[in-house]
Design a protein around this ligand. Structure first.
Ligand code: ZN
Length: 315
């Protein structure tokens, strides 16, 4: 039998409070966001992407970033990370007391221009200032690379382009990097190829995989990562989130579904899955639409049902 996983312990980052809801047209009241993050901490989630210090005009959903950070009951066991687009965001994030700053850019020129309105080189240049501000405040910086597996405007993205950015992150003293796949273009062979290339180009960075289930292979990509020895993944409660370029696309891989897979493989996460399933149901109620998460609907595999709960067995 071949080994399905090279790792026995995984750090799951919950991105629901930021990535999961940022595109939702309806503003989620601040007290809900705070309550969700508190419940994630309570469930044992080791790292949470809590919010984003972008211009409130650009992302109205996250205009309450500072209030959210202020309202959360912090724990030494949970890293609260926040996205920042530039130096201004870094200053706000530092003032709000985040544990980690996450910067982001795309590996493809056209996506980066569309997303943050500057070239790849300009993004990297701007991050030097962010790194300086974070360094002065004693906050570690983590770098995400969007379109790491393909670009909706350019198609394939060269593995060298991804490796080069990772190398620049390492040179700026970042602690880790995320392979972002917002448009759901990753496949297991691409995961192996890119993880290996970045490991070679930037061996000091820890690697995180962030998949969307856009084309139904989100968890298959996780399996590829596990087989390659990657022990950090990002996911969102209920499978929230989406992609503006793929209308009606399924969002981030779902945290409960991911935890179920990891639990069944005997991989330790330290997270209480039942609490996460309850939370996903509450998030669904607040957002007022059906979420794509599957475990929250089907339950765990050994959850038994009373026989009289169904009239006849049909198949
Ligand atoms: Zn995402």
């Amino acid at each position: 039998m071949t080994e399905l996983t090279k790792v026995r312990k995984v750090q799951v980052t919950e991105v629901g409070p930021r990535d999961g809801i940022q595109a939702d047209a309806t503003f989620v009241p601040t007290q809900h966001k705070i309550a969700w993050i508190n419940r994630l901490i309570e469930a044992g989630v080791p790292r949470i992407e809590a919010t984003s210090f972008v211009a409130p005009r650009a992302v109205p959903q996250l205009a309450d970033a500072a209030e959210v950070m202020k309202g959360v009951k912090r724990s030494k066991d949970t890293i609260l990370a926040a996205l920042v687009p530039n130096a201004r965001g870094a200053i706000r994030a530092a003032e709000a007391g985040v544990d980690q700053i996450v910067v982001f850019m795309s590996a493809s020129e056209s996506h980066n221009r569309k997303n943050v309105n500057c070239s790849v080189a300009e993004s990297l240049k701007a991050f030097e200032e962010v790194a300086k501000i974070a360094g002065d405040a004693g906050i570690p910086v983590h770098g995400a690379i969007a379109t790491a597996f393909g670009c909706p405007f350019e198609g394939d993205v060269a593995v060298e382009a991804v490796a080069k950015i990772a190398r620049a992150y390492q040179d700026m003293g970042f602690v880790g990097m995320t392979f972002g796949d917002t448009t759901g273009m990753a496949t297991p062979p691409l995961v192996l190829q890119r993880v290996q290339a970045v490991r070679e180009a930037a061996p000091k960075l820890y690697q995180v995989l962030h998949f969307h289930n856009t084309r139904g292979v989100g968890l298959a990509n996780v399996m590829a990562g596990l087989a390659e020895g990657v022990d950090r993944y990002e996911s969102a409660f209920g499978g929230t989130g989406g992609c503006p370029f793929v209308p009606r696309a399924t969002g981030n891989i779902c945290t409960e579904d991911l935890l179920y897979l990891l639990d069944e493989m005997g991989i330790e996460t330290g997270i209480d899955l039942r609490k996460m399933m309850d939370l996903a149901c509450d998030v669904q109620a607040v957002l007022g639409r059906e979420l794509p998460g599957q475990l929250m609907k089907a339950g765990l595999r050994l959850d038994v049902h009373p026989m009289e709960s169904v009239r006849t067995a049909t198949g």
